[in-house]
Design a protein around this ligand. Structure first.
Ligand code: FAD
Length: 290
């Protein structure tokens, strides 16, 4: 029998983040409403990413799963959580019918600590021993910022997938060549897990410099040119960003990528533009692959 993931390949998934603090969830549900109308294969909800909230991930993921009937993927991190706290969160997710978890070490912000689990692989081992989730994990086409080399990072990635990872989702990248080289190295290292490509449409010059400093993605000349030409005009920059991301995805799909994970930045209008222009391509690839 085909797995959840194989049955939908190539997948189109969206990522959202909870609003800051414990406040009002209306805005995020308006975002989910708009994204749900695009019938994605899954919507993922971050957990404390880039200093954003850890409070509402479970509640939002549960609503996506139960009220919208779209598979939800709850991100979970080792940062700031003990084994017991993570266990309780996993039990709650299971009770609420969420079947997918993205197991991460997490971003270490000031004051954050790692207690029982030091690496994502430790959390994955724990989930596999005690729970029954589809386990997703992160990977980095241009290496993780803390890793000494891509080779070292992939050695640890192999260790992580050996704990039982169903799907890898990549960090964002702007140059598909990095993704293809990474995929080749990963397969040569004996990692057979499907790898979904993480794509973030650029919408402003400040957004790109924030992302680059956070994750170390290379900004190719084509993107630098777009920023030089359109960076001063927010409407033109947004249009160019949507077009660039769409062309990255067209190329990835033509190259047989397992799936596309769109970092929506809670901007459903952008996701809508991209998803609608690619609808025919996704349809034809799914029909072809049966
Ligand atoms: P790991 O796989 O544990 O790797 C972390 C570092 O440790 C790497 O440099 C790796 O090479 C190294 N390493 C791994 N194992 C070992 C070992 N045994 N010995 C020595 N070194 C080792 N962050 C959030 O806080 N919340 C989110 O919701 C979130 N969502 C994300 C979604 C995606 C798709 C991606 C790609 C990232 C996301 N992040 C999120 C960011 C992520 O938490 C950070 O990049 C974090 O720094 C690493 O997490 P990881 O799970 O990849 O860590």
């Amino acid at each position: 029998m085909k797995t959840f993931f194989e049955a939908r390949r190539p997948t189109l998934t969206f990522e959202i983040f909870p609003p800051k603090g414990t406040g009002d969830l209306d805005s995020i549900f308006a975002t989910v409403d708009a994204l749900a109308s695009l019938a994605p294969d899954l919507i993922s909800v971050t957990y404390g990413a880039g200093g954003t909230s850890r409070e509402n991930t479970v509640e939002i993921a549960s609503a996506i799963q139960n009220s919208y009937d779209i598979p939800a993927l709850a991100h979970l991190t080792c940062v700031g959580c003990t084994r017991d706290e993570l266990d309780r969160t996993l039990c709650t997710l299971a009770e609420k019918g969420v079947e997918n978890v993205l197991a991460l070490r997490g971003d270490l912000a000031e004051g954050d600590t790692l207690t029982d689990f030091k690496y994502a692989s430790d959390l994955i081992k724990f989930i596999r021993e005690k729970h029954k989730f589809n386990v997703f994990a992160a990977c980095y086409p241009e290496k993780h910022v803390e890793a000494k080399s891509l080779r070292e990072d992939i050695t640890y990635l192999k260790n992580k997938t050996d704990q039982g990872v169903d799907v890898l989702i990549s960090q964002l990248f702007f140059d598909n060549a990095h993704f293809y080289d990474f995929l080749e190295t990963v397969r040569a290292a004996g990692i057979t897990t499907p790898v979904v490509a993480g794509i973030m449409p650029i919408t402003s010059a400040s957004q790109i410099s924030r992302m680059v400093s956070m994750c170390g993605a290379t900004v190719p000349e084509a993107v630098q040119k777009i920023i030089r030409a359109y960076g001063h005009n927010s409407m033109a920059m947004k249009e160019a960003g949507i077009t660039y991301a769409t062309s990255q995805i067209v190329d990835l799909l033509a190259s047989g990528v397992d799936g596309i994970h769109l970092y929506t930045m809670n901007q459903p209008d952008i996701a809508k533009r991209i998803a609608e222009s690619l609808r025919g391509i996704f349809y034809s690839l799914r029909v072809k692959r049966g």
